[in-house]
Design a protein around this ligand. Structure first.
Ligand code: NDP
Ligand code: GDR
Length: 323
């Protein structure tokens, strides 16, 4: 039986990856940091099947101890300060979690057991102000936020530990992926939650930033399989994971309102709110995942329309049961 340690188990991707690995017969450990109010909402359905170990990306010793206690074959480093907008408000903390946290985890692997395979959650935000379209593994990085800059560091330190110490370290450059478990501050979930509430008469307006940016949006449940596939190959490498289609925030809004049968959506939406615009924007992302398709045999399964539908319906259900 293989053992995996997942950091970021309480976030969006962690629970999907845990479900996937459990279905493959893995023993799954999740790293959780201490919070005054534990955040177990996304893992409550698999809580009994997981083993939780305490640790924080800021604390080197806690990461080494987590590895010693769980003895994993594979580590998936999903933990990060992952909200791009917040990275301007807390740039130093974002660097500590999202950049240096990767080095701390790699150092823990190097010193405790360098045979452990390592997955790093890299991001399409590293492409930022894109220099070619679609973006692939060789596209030059031009990050546009403290978060994107931190992810570039995390990416290259992963490559560096592979090249310096021969650690089986892979970096998945994942484009945006969403789900009903997405945090409420991210634009897709913010939209689907608001649309559900508006359709039920519980909310009047949806206040957004720019409706123009385009993103390559996939489903988180599809993307976690690619993480696992990367660690099952003979050689460690880096892969872009994306759908190859992109849509604007406006198109996401339209589609979400369409699901609940509202056509005159503009009367509910306030766009370009200062509160939600960013000092520097990433305007256009679209990924080329042909390397992953060829080498890993990976393909996305969920279409954009289906993704929006799944998310709106989940929020409708949640909002109805909260009445
Ligand atoms: P989330 O923001 O939903 O989850 C982040 C997780 O990291 C949470 O479990 C959080 O725990 C944990 N965490 C944060 N800080 C620390 C810390 N100091 N020590 C230990 N744990 C910590 O992210 P997603 O699931 O959406 O994304 C997973 C990873 O993939 C992230 O690294 C993200 O940057 C990256 N990524 C995501 C993409 C996406 O579209 N979702 C695309 C590309 C990359 P807590 O509950 O305690 O806050
Ligand atoms: P992103 O996701 O920055 O792409 O990072 P987010 O959903 O926050 O923004 C997507 C786009 O929508 C625009 N936008 C708004 N965004 C938010 N959050 N709230 C709003 O009100 C709003 N209005 C417009 C944004 O400006 C942006 O252009 C996500 C995260 O999961 C990262 O961790 C990950 O690395 C990348 O995806 C790939």
């Amino acid at each position: 039986m293989k053992t995996a340690l997942i950091t970021g188990i309480t976030g969006q991707d962690g629970p999907y990856l845990a479900e996937f690995l459990l279905s493959k017969g893995y023993r799954v450990y999740g790293l959780v940091r201490r919070l005054s109010t534990p955040n177990m909402e996304n893992i409550k359905h698999i809580y009994d099947k997981l083993e939780l170990v305490s640790g924080d990306l800021l604390d080197q010793g806690s990461l080494s101890d987590a590895i010693k206690n769980s003895k994993p074959d594979e580590i998936y480093n999903l933990a990060a300060q992952s909200f791009v907008k917040a990275s301007w408000d807390q740039p130093v903390l974002t660097g500590e979690f999202t950049a240096l946290g990767v080095t701390r985890m790699l150092e823990a692997i190097r010193t405790v057991n360098p045979k452990i395979k390592f997955y790093q959650a890299s991001s399409s935000e590293m492409f930022g102000k894109v220099t070619e379209t679609p973006q692939k593994e060789t596209t030059r990085f031009h990050p546009r936020s403290p978060y994107g800059v931190a992810k570039v560091y995390g990416h290259y330190i992963t490559v560096n530990y592979r090249e310096s110490y021969g650690i089986f370290a892979c970096s998945g450059i994942l484009f945006n992926h969403e789900s009903p478990r997405r945090g409420i501050e991210f634009v897709t979930r913010k939209i689907t939650n608001a649309v559900a509430r508006i359709s039920l008469g519980k909310q009047e307006r949806l206040e957004l930033g720019s409706l123009e940016p385009k993103r390559d949006w996939g489903f988180s449940g599809d993307y976690v399989e690619a993480m696992w596939l990367m660690l099952q190959q003979e050689k460690p490498d880096d892969y872009v994971i994306a759908t190859g289609e992109n849509y604007s925030v406006k198109e996401f809004v339209e589609e979400a309102f369409r699901v609940v049968g509202i056509k005159d959506w503009e009367k509910y939406v306030i766009a370009n709110s200062k509160k939600h615009t960013r000092p520097a924007e990433v305007d256009y992302l679209i990924g080329d995942a042909s390397k992953a398709r060829k080498v890993l045999g990976w393909e996305p399964k969920t279409s954009f329309k289906n993704l929006v539908k799944i998310m709106v319906e989940a929020d409708l259900k949640r909002e109805k049961s909260n009445e």
